[in-house]
Ligand binder design. Structure first.
Ligand code: PNS
Length: 164
């Protein structure tokens, strides 16, 4: 049967740090489901459909990874998908408090599901979707921080309006 893990997130947009965790997860687990949250509280830059398209493009070379969207409780979604593990990336101490709360809440809600933390490669420890969007919006170079598919889309979306 093998072990399935869910890797949940907002992925607005996916960064090379996320991709690094997905690759590590795909080596450790038999199957990884990248699960995009359907209703984040914040207005996303990329609509859900586009985030799914991007994710599918960038994980296409990993045969045991699939991309889905979910809403409701993560542990319910994980259980319904046959997953016994939730994978999350941990970059720095600043991530810890939020992740610790979430892991313990998920354990309370679903004691049968275990949360597994992985550290991304050190080159990605400072990379976040929020900062990548800010840099792109202000005209900075985000290549190397996000997959090419994302950099192209960010450039198109954040291009300054043409004058004249
Ligand atoms: O990429 P993010 O924004 O850090 O991901 C957050 C996510 C999607 C993992 C989290 O918001 C989530 O699991 N939402 C689903 C609702 C839920 O189960 N909440 C209770 C657990 S804390």
């Amino acid at each position: 049967m093998g072990m399935t893990a869910v890797y949940p997130g907002t992925f607005d947009p996916i960064t090379n740090g996320h991709l690094d965790i997905i690759s590590r997860g795909a080596r450790l687990f038999d199957r990884v489901i990248v699960a995009i949250l359907k209703n984040p509280e914040k207005e996303p830059l990329f609509p859900l459909g586009e985030r799914m398209d991007i994710l599918r493009e960038v994980v296409g070379r990993l045969p045991n990874v699939r991309v889905e969207a979910f809403d409701g409780l993560l542990v319910d979604y994980a259980r319904a998908s046959g997953a016994r593990a939730i994978v999350r990336g941990l970059r720095a101490l600043s991530d810890f408090e939020y992740e610790y709360q979430m892991a313990l809440m998920n354990r309370r809600l679903g004691p049968d599901i275990e949360t597994v933390y992985m550290m991304p490669g050190e080159a990605y420890t400072y990379v976040s979707s929020r900062l990548v969007k800010e840099v792109a919006r202000l005209g900075g170079d985000v290549s190397g921080l996000v997959p090419r598919e994302v950099a192209d889309r960010l450039r198109a979306r954040c291009a300054p309006p043409r004058s004249g």
